[in-house]
Design a protein around this ligand. Sequence first.
Ligand SMILES: Nc1ncnc2c1ncn2[C@@H]1O[C@H](COP(=O)(O)OP(=O)(O)O)[C@@H](O)[C@H]1O
Ligand SMILES: O=P(O)(O)O[C@H]1O[C@H](CO)[C@@H](O[C@H]2O[C@H](CO)[C@@H](O)[C@H](O)[C@H]2O)[C@H](O)[C@H]1O
Length: 464
Amino acid sequence: MRPPDRSIEQALIGWLPRRRWFAGKGREVTGVEIVVGTDLSAPAPEGLALRHTLVRVRQDDGASDLYQLLLGYRNRLPDRLQYAEILAVDGMHVYDAAHDPDLTQVLLADLASEASVGPLSFHRVPGAEVETGLASLAGTAEQSNTSLVFGEDYIYKLFRRITPGVNPDLELNLALTNAGCAHIPRLYGWVDMRIEEDAEERHATVGMLSEFLRTASDGWQLATTSVRDLYGSAELHAEEAGGDFSAEARRLGTATATVHRDLADAFGVRDAPADVLRAASARMHEQLEAACTDVPELAPYAASIRAVYADLAELDRPVPVQRIHGDYHLGQVMRTDRGWVLLDFEGEPARTLAERQAPAHPLRDVAGMLRSFEYAARFLLAGHKEVAAGQSELLEARAREWADRNRSAFCRGYADGGGPDPGAHALLLRAFELDKAVYEVLYEARNRPSWLHVPLGSLPHLTT
Ligand SMILES: Nc1ncnc2c1ncn2[C@@H]1O[C@H](COP(=O)(O)OP(=O)(O)O)[C@@H](O)[C@H]1O
Ligand SMILES: O=P(O)(O)O[C@H]1O[C@H](CO)[C@@H](O[C@H]2O[C@H](CO)[C@@H](O)[C@H](O)[C@H]2O)[C@H](O)[C@H]1O
């Protein structure tokens, strides 16, 4: 017998906030309600069941969000799945079935056959074949969603926070697929869900199946390996150390410009009037004030940051805007044998769908990646200071050198690829970088407090 929904909802109040992908951190969960549960007829062994579940989560600030869960039901929960348990009642275990390859196979089977099950409809990209019967492994990366790797072939992104509408990750991947862009993983299919609430019918993207880049390394790993290499021989300059990353940074810049051009071709570019910059500046101010309230360590830099935002508001000229990546950093790019590939076009997870879909200046993405070079250079510093006391100034200088070298290389590559020359738009770039750094301060305070020193540590340099 399955436990009643009420017991599951109660258990989810404590379980959800502890998930890495839960987007409402820092606010209390006051209620969870199962909006719709759909049994997926898994080609699963006897005694197992899979229920696709959409829940509404209410929080103490009045926010109310939808989340997607795959609930597994078993009479006996094997040791390997204990960590995924949500509750057990009268010998029946309810758990996060994203971690259970016996159950997740149904996703591939339904994509392969383009099934429709209750409110869920599974779609294949025209011409794409999907092989079934592969076992999945849930990714261990720091993620806003949950990714399931099937065999060595596919990666299925199970979107966690669900916003009605087409998810920009799917929207942009589909457009880039149609444009024949080489800098994205091959897209195989997606899952759409009909959501009926308050007599209203809406649709949302709840899953996406892409090529798993099995031989690729992500940009963050490659960049931090290069930084580690440099810190290991701190007497050398960045260009002398073995693992110099700058040629890769330059190629990454060029790939970024190519993707921006494809997005511009697919969705268009328009000249936004000057008041768009005033509105952007106002939003930046708002985020800064919110961040200063939550993170008082930001206060000493606030006046300098405000001055840059004020200059931006005064920049009285139209700016070209287009669809962009929106949350661009080294963890979102992978180096494959066919060059750099860009992932995760969802935009910043904390923003509304309308904000994430809004056209923006492409240098916002450039600023995101430039911040990421700072992150890669700075994130190892703290540990190193303990090991090599007295060397901290030298390592700080090396961090600066590494970041500057790779930032310049990326910008050169971006301009080579036909993007607007970052060097010719210093104020825009500075404002975008500061805005990103403020976002990161908030993001780290809410999600990874032990990383807060990384964005805070780069503020003295950014504000001088
Ligand atoms: N197509 C892919 N091939 C290989 N690894 C991938 C692929 N897509 C994502 N990943 C890995 O999963 C991580 C998280 O993916 P991402 O799309 O950024 O998810 P999220 O939206 O949850 O942050 C990436 O940093 C990368 O390491
Ligand atoms: O990848 P996500 O869409 O989940 O993006 C969020 O999480 C990122 C961290 O996982 C965060 O990125 C920040 O940390 C990165 C290193 O882990 C660094 O490369 C980025 O430059 C830095 O912004 C991202 O901001 C957040 O939206």
